[in-house]
Design a protein around this ligand. Sequence first.
Ligand SMILES: NC(=O)c1ccc[n+]([C@@H]2O[C@H](COP(=O)([O-])OP(=O)(O)OC[C@H]3O[C@@H](n4cnc5c(N)ncnc54)[C@H](OP(=O)(O)O)[C@@H]3O)[C@@H](O)[C@H]2O)c1
Length: 271
Amino acid sequence: MKTVLITGCSSGYGLETARHFHGQGWTVIATMRSPRDGLLPASDRIRVLPLDVTKPDSITAALEAAGPIDVLVNNAGIGGVGAFEATPMSHVRKLFETNTFGVMAMTQAAIPQMRARRSGVIVNVTSTVTLAAMPLAAAYTASKQAIQGFTGSLAHELNAFGVRARLVEPGYAPTTRFADNTDIPVMDLIPEAYADFARPIFAAFANPPLITRESDVAEAVWLAANDTSDRLHYPAGADAVALAQGRSARGVGWSASVFFALGNGWARDAR
Ligand SMILES: NC(=O)c1ccc[n+]([C@@H]2O[C@H](COP(=O)([O-])OP(=O)(O)OC[C@H]3O[C@@H](n4cnc5c(N)ncnc54)[C@H](OP(=O)(O)O)[C@@H]3O)[C@@H](O)[C@H]2O)c1
């Protein structure tokens, strides 16, 4: 029986991915910053462990408690939309601490056991913002784009030891907690000088033609974990797949993004 460790399982894509792997008969180490009962089925194949990916001691403790894992899914992440000029550098650093350095630290901690066993898969969840440049998401995009390059390079060196590295690139899901999982209201990051630029963008994105479901991401992670080919990229969700296929790159690209969620949050904040 195989074991997967997933970060950020308290909601959204991570929670659904944990349910999916459990449903497929795997043992699931579902990690959360603040473990909560009742989110996942009671099962001897599910363990919930505390893990904050920005804290080295927390990473060490979680991996020790988990024991051997076959697959690591770096899903935990936070969003950030707004004019870059107005985004405090402390917030930029926070994005990178979670979305970039958190992923790198988890990966570094998991590699030794996988290299020693000459098997294992590391799946890094990024975003469609890496597939097409989207406005008002510069810092978030940078934090995810770094992981695209990181994973592509890493895949080569880990391949030498029978370990695979993968990228899952989800589109926008309106049903996760992503839009709310930020310290700074989006409105605070849209200065008056940017209001005329931002307004039509948020308005246009209020009704996305295509979206991503949590189950799309769970299935893409499952595929990425079990695919033995040398494929690197796994777009997840109808919007992401359309974007990856290059259909209507600009319109779908924007609609595929986290932008919708945060645009809706912006509209809500503005009320
Ligand atoms: N939803 C979208 O539109 C979208 C689009 C593209 C990509 N993504 C990416 O998909 C991933 C999952 O997002 P989601 O939409 O499922 O959002 P979500 O519902 O907010 O889930 C994010 C998860 O990450 C966890 N997390 C945040 N900071 C953490 C930290 N320092 N250590 C450990 N866990 C942490 C959260 O835990 P807490 O409960 O403790 O906050 C939560 O469980 C993220 O990497 C995100 O960037 C999302």
